[in-house]
Ligand binder design. Structure first.
Ligand SMILES: Nc1ncnc2c1ncn2[C@@H]1O[C@H](COP(=O)(O)OP(=O)(O)O)[C@@H](O)[C@H]1O
Ligand SMILES: [Mg+2]
Length: 241
């Protein structure tokens, strides 16, 4: 299983990923001002909060895409904010999965090539990667659409392709930024059902940014980001009622 090889290095081995007192500004705009979040292996955590509160910035810090100005980011007990970019990009490629806001498929590639991309980047041979991609497309109800480019897919189909791409390499952790943002509520629920089922099945930890309480209700735990801080906790069940 994918979670089995997490090394227990320095830090708190009980958490897979951690942000501690993270601050980050874009020019003079503070996006994070002392945000802390710890997520255990196998947890599905929803990040909620108003627009502009710092949710995407926090997710990108945890994922090693952005480097904070202050504070610490750990993955499997290791500092990743102080890691060199080469090592960090290897980590992202081999152990992290992403579903970006608005999907962001590569328009020149077909649906199956988009899904296969993380495997191809990891060195899997093309035939094997496309075969695995086909399995995921089928699983997400997209069989028959393998050869379509993103312009030939509906919003819901493209979002499911992006989800398949995020999960295909069986990442230890999936970072998903408003994965249902462009979908109607029924399609959004189908996407979340698939995401949660796939994550549980392969033991993938999930951090999902959303502003929809119905999406957050799928999570084990919910945190709220406000003014660049993780300001409160509540059980998902309380919010969904
Ligand atoms: N690349 C950027 N350049 C300048 N400002 C940014 C950038 N990304 C985010 N911000 C600002 O940082 C704050 C937090 O943004 P973000 O993390 O995207 O919030 P959220 O995802 O909660 O909507 C906002 O004030 C936003 O305008
Ligand atoms: Mg955002």
């Amino acid at each position: 299983m994918s979670g089995a090889e997490v090394p227990a290095e320095a830090g708190s081995p009980s958490f897979l990923t951690e942000a501690r007192d993270v601050a980050l500004s874009f020019g003079r705009t503070p996006a994070l001002r002392g945000a802390s979040l710890s997520v255990a292996a196998g947890e599905i955590v929803a990040i909620m909060g108003p627009s502009g509160s710092g949710k995407t910035t926090l997710l990108h810090c945890l994922a090693g895409i952005l480097t904070p100005d202050a504070g610490e980011i750990r993955f499997a007990g290791r500092r990743i904010d102080t890691m060199g970019e080469t090592e960090r990009s290897t980590l992202r490629r081999d152990r992290f999965g992403f579903v970006f806001q608005f999907g962001q498929l590569v328009p020149e590639l077909t649906a199956e090539e988009n899904v296969a991309l993380p495997l191809l980047l990891g060195g899997t041979r093309r035939a094997a990667a496309l075969k695995e991609a086909g399995t995921w497309l089928e699983r997400l109800g997209l069989d028959g659409l393998e050869k379509r480019r993103s312009g030939e897919l509906s919003g819901g189909q493209a979002q499911r392709v992006a989800l398949a791409r995020g999960l295909v390499a069986r990442p230890e952790i999936l970072f998903a930024d408003e994965p249902t943002g462009s979908l109607d509520s029924l399609t959004g629920e189908q996407v979340m059902d698939l995401l949660v089922a796939a994550a549980r099945e392969q033991g993938t930890t999930v951090i999902v940014v959303t502003h929809e309480p119905r999406v957050a209700a799928y999570a084990d735990r919910e945190v709220i980001v406000r003014d660049g801080k993780v300001s409160s906790f509540s059980a998902a069940a309380q919010v969904s009622s």
